[in-house]
Design a protein around this ligand. Structure first.
Ligand code: NAD
Length: 298
């Protein structure tokens, strides 16, 4: 039985981070300053703390400044927006990331709208979402951008491919579909109301699963040879002898290996690309703000 190529997101992300670090070094040589990324964390959600910690470490490793702002869960929306406005005006800050989710009393749309689109390295501002939709230069959300890079690396030309994106969130599904459309794929966006989802997925040369349901996509849903990008991160309940359950994606990986042409593992697939693309977006923001040409190959 044939076995799929395992797409090594970790290795690809390490190479991208190297290229970003080299770009940072040239930027510093020209401008005499380091690019800066400000990360705002509200409250003490454990998963968000881990994400923010990893982002800070990677930012510093790439040679950039990391400015961390931790606010209590009781902070008001006005205070949070006031901080965003201070960061907008701060010349040492090239990118601003407000870690989601925010506490229920804060409207995340209002906070994202307050970020200067030129510093919106998460690509969540409506100006960047709109630019992506009409095909202009935009900051693209890091996770779908990373997925696209992996697809281009493993598939090459995506033109004319049937792509099915499962999930329609603003953070992953919708921008992923826009990126694939821009690469001339025939794109279907599937979601929780899609009928006959397995049949829809069976038509796909490229499957991007961004649902958040452990191993929902089974091997019999896949066209033989399909390239599968698994965005989902789901923790299974702990089995006997385990303190924590295993992390799995939205695709039943072991069985899919016999059907897919190539597939990303979880962990070690899309996840490492997200942070690498954040560093990449921040370097791009720094170049644009300094009026410099963005380096090739990042
Ligand atoms: P979300 O909850 O905002 O969106 C999930 C989408 O899945 C929705 O559009 C919904 O319509 C669709 N959906 C739900 N049930 C479905 C079903 N039964 N059939 C078909 N579609 C269904 O989630 P999100 O923020 O887009 O994240 C999706 C997954 O990706 C989560 O597991 C999340 O943890 C993971 N994620 C990973 C990274 C990474 O860096 N690897 C980044 C972002 C999100």
């Amino acid at each position: 039985m044939s076995s799929a190529t395992i797409i090594d997101g970790k290795a690809f992300a390490a190479k991208l981070r190297h290229r970003v670090a080299a770009g940072v070094a040239s930027f510093v040589a020209i401008t005499q300053r380091k690019p800066g990324l400000a990360v705002v964390l509200v409250g003490d959600d454990p998963a968000s703390q881990v994400y923010v910690g990893s982002k800070k470490k990677a930012t510093v490793e790439a040679g950039m400044n990391s400015f961390e702002h931790r606010l209590p869960a009781t902070v008001s929306q006005e205070e949070l927006i006031a901080l965003v406005e201070t960061l907008n005006a701060d010349d040492a800050v090239d990118g601003i990331l407000v870690q989601l989710p925010l506490p229920a009393h804060i409207d995340d749309k209002a906070v994202i709208a307050a970020i200067d689109p030129a510093k919106d390295v998460d690509g969540f501002h409506v100006v960047n979402a709109g630019r992506l939709a009409v095909g202009e230069d935009a900051f693209v959300p890091c996770t779908p951008l990373g997925c696209l890079m992996l697809l281009k690396e493993y598939v090459g030309d995506l033109s004319g491919k049937n792509a099915v994106v499962i999930g329609r969130s603003n953070i992953v599904g919708k921008p992923m579909a826009q990126l694939l459309l821009a690469e001339n794929c025939t794109v279907t966006i599937a979601h929780s109301r899609t009928q006959d989802l397995p049949d829809v997925v069976r038509r796909a040369d490229i499957v991007v699963a961004a649902v958040g349901r452990a191993e929902m996509v089974t091997a019999d849903w896949l066209k033989p040879g399909a390239v599968v990008i698994d965005v989902g991160i789901n923790r299974l309940p702990p089995q006997a002898g385990e303190t924590k359950g295993r992390l799995v994606g939205d695709v039943a990986f072991d069985d899919a290996l016999a059907h897919a042409g190539a597939i990303t593992p979880v962990p070690g697939g899309v996840g490492p690309m997200t942070i690498a693309c954040l560093l990449r977006n921040n370097l791009v923001a720094a170049h644009r703000r300094a009026g410099l040409e963005v380096p090739q190959g990042i």
